[in-house]
Design a protein around this ligand. Structure first.
Ligand code: AMP
Ligand code: MG
Length: 306
């Protein structure tokens, strides 16, 4: 199926597989409509247009989760990036490389601290506008995991664009094998990770971009500069139990790059990372070092620097 601008595939095994998938598809359609920034009937649209709005428990919770990731990553993830995305034309696909003046003006509206969630009331101040694109699919994959559990599905795999969510193991008890795409040739892959009960989420500049005068501009923005993040990595894959966290951090660590991303991982933990650098080197945090397979060398990042 197609939702949130991406192709989604759902697989479930067991007695209730069909019913579980039907329920998951319904949830995808509902959340796609609730969270779609550009749809006049969505809750996000209403917040952005009315500056303060009453929203569902679920929307309030997603925004609160997003704000936590914004704060934890010191704004590398910023849920108010919308005006900058808009300026570059990523919403309309009418692309435009902004002038520094335009960027300067627009960046003044980007600051997650201008968003407040109080109960079911969400308020945005100082021209801030929400874009949940960096986290929505991760939240959705968490919801699908819950739905599969409600239906007693113990084995499944869901792919939502760059987000993969594994539920349990394969029907035979083996771990799932998830591929990490080659950023330079998406029909091929660089590595695989074998996991169970985990979200595997990849952010990469190759996933959405445009080229003007020979320069390629992608859709992951450094909130400090307003330009597409160039931190020395082609992709970042996060492995975590939480799809929401994995999604938010895949975007954030793409902005941070290898060194800052490693520092963040050492400080926070609770997830693992695969970095693919601009030089096509692969760096893997120690928690999943044994689970990653690739043709070339793998550099293992240890928790304490040696
Ligand atoms: P992802 O593919 O998960 O890395 O998310 C990329 C999407 O998140 C973009 O299409 C934007 O909608 C949004 N986005 C871009 N840059 C950021 C950022 N620095 N923080 C939060 N969201 C962002
Ligand atoms: Mg993300």
């Amino acid at each position: 199926m197609y939702a949130m601008d991406t192709v989604m595939t759902l697989t479930a095994y067991g007695d209730n597989a069909e019913a579980a998938i039907a329920a998951a598809v319904e949830e995808i359609e509902t959340l796609d409509e609730t969270l779609r920034r550009g749809s006049e009937t969505s809750e996000i649209y209403r917040i952005n247009a009315e500056r303060t709005a009453e929203v569902s428990d679920e929307t309030a919770e997603i925004i609160a989760d997003a704000l936590e990731i914004c704060a934890d990553t010191d704004g590398a993830f910023d849920v108010t990036i919308a005006p900058v995305m808009d300026l570059w034309g990523f919403y309309t696909h009418e692309y435009h490389v902004p002038t520094t003046d335009e960027l300067f003006e627009t960046l003044a509206r980007v600051n997650y601290e201008n968003v407040e969630v109080r109960g079911n009331t969400v308020t945005v101040a100082d021209g801030a506008e929400l874009d949940l694109g960096g986290i929505a699919k991760g939240y959705l994959s968490d919801r699908i995991t819950e739905i599969f559990a409600d239906y007693g599905v113990e084995s499944g795999i869901v792919s939502l664009g760059g987000n993969v969510q594994t539920i349990g193991t394969k029907p035979g008890g083996e771990n799932w094998r998830v591929a990490i795409q080659d950023p330079d040739d998406t029909s091929s892959y660089l590595a695989t990770i074998t996991v169970a009960d985990k979200a595997v989420v990849t952010s990469g500049g190759y996933q959405r971009n445009f080229t003007e005068n020979g320069v390629t501009y992608h859709h992951i923005i450094n909130p400090d500069t307003g330009y597409p993040a160039h931190s020395g990595v082609k992709s970042v894959t996060i492995v975590s139990e939480s799809g929401t966290l994995a999604d938010g951090l895949s975007t954030a660590l793409f902005v941070m790059g290898l060194d800052k991303g490693t520092e963040y991982w050492r400080e926070h933990g609770g997830f693992d990372v695969v970095f693919v650098t601009d030089e096509d080197e692969i760096y893997v945090t120690e928690g999943i070092a044994d689970a990653v397979e690739c043709r070339g060398a793998v550099n293992v990042i240890e928790n304490m620097p040696q």
